[in-house]
Design a protein around this ligand. Structure first.
Ligand code: BJW
Length: 243
């Protein structure tokens, strides 16, 4: 089905969900995780960086890596795909953006309160008492960095992201599931669909009768649940749907 027909589906939709992954921000210059040459997991070991055990074993390595990633995100800008998602929200009042991304590019493009299933690079918290911590002032990044100490209990502050083996924030997951359950059109954009429970979101929408449209230049695990596959990048395909 060509983009023209999807634009028509969008015009008729009452409740829309846009479910995004790392590919959404790729054209802004933020690397994905699993792309063969440029993905973070092709260059870095997720077990040594994105697990609670890794932070316990070497907090300076993990904190420094996430501060480097935060600095990289601060240097880039939303792309036309993020802007198109914000335009969908402007056209269809009942639109919910659910992102697995830990960047803030949806917000900077004008999206209202996207649900962050995997947390954020911008919400560090105490690794022991869980109280939110302030962001450190910009400084030298690019290697090991000792995390700041919690102002309340003195334990190391950790990045506010969801690592492998950790539970997703309950309120975010239930709001996302509820939105997917009630929508009539769901876009899944730039995600490989291999990380659970986030990857269940398009299946929840499909089971409740929604049309699922995938925007991705490559085949993914979510091809199986997608009614329509638009093979292209987020910044190429999404703006055409809202012109
Ligand atoms: C473009 C593009 C362009 C490129 N335009 N597209 C069921 C089965 C098997 C395993 C499990 C299961 N349930 C749970 C698990 C375990 C695990 C898991 O899913 N493992 C699998 C990988 C095997 N899940 C967990 O551990 C989760 N927790 C959990 O289940 O807890 C249970 C529990 C219960 C009770 C108590 C305690 C625990 C947590 C998962 C957390 C994931 N965290 C990460 C890191 C976040 C922090 C950080 O940023 O460092 O989240 S991993 C990483 O993957 C990140 C992403 O959000 C996530 C998804 O990746 P995404 O976004 O799909 O990126 P890619 O790179 O995979 O794909 C990019 C796509 O874009 C590609 O398709 C490209 O083609 C495309 N693309 N350019 C459009 N321009």
């Amino acid at each position: 089905m060509p983009e023209r027909d999807v634009a028509e589906l969008l015009r008729d939709a009452k409740r829309v969900v846009v479910f995004t992954g790392a590919g959404m921000s790729a054209e802004s210059g933020v690397p994905t995780f699993r792309d063969a040459l440029t993905g973070l997991w092709s260059r870095f070991d997720p077990k040594s960086l994105a697990t609670p055990e890794a932070f316990a074993a070497d907090p300076a390595l993990v904190w420094g890596w996430y501060e480097w990633r935060r600095a990289e995100v601060e240097r880039v800008r939303p792309n036309p795909g993020h802007e198109a998602v914000a335009a969908i929200e402007a056209h269809v009042a009942d639109t919910v953006v659910i992102t697995q991304n830990v960047d803030d590019l949806h917000e900077r493009a004008g999206s209202r309160g996207p649900i962050h299933l995997h947390g954020s690079l911008f919400s560090p918290r105490c690794s022991s008492c869980g109280k939110p911590a302030g962001l450190p002032a910009p400084g030298e990044v690019g290697g090991r960095m000792e995390p700041p100490a919690c102002a309340h209990c003195g334990a190391p502050v950790r990045p506010g992201v969801v690592w492998f083996g950790e539970q997703l924030p309950t309120s975010a997951l239930s709001a996302a599931t509820e939105a997917a359950f009630g929508c009539d059109l769901l876009f899944t954009v730039g995600t490989s669909g291999v990380v659970y429970p986030a990857a269940e979101i398009p299946y929840v929408a499909a089971r409740s009768g929604a049309v699922v449209v995938q925007v991705n230049p490559e085949a993914t695990a979510l091809d199986a649940v997608s009614d329509i596959n638009l093979r292209g990048t987020a910044a190429e395909v999404l703006p055409d749907l809202v012109d």
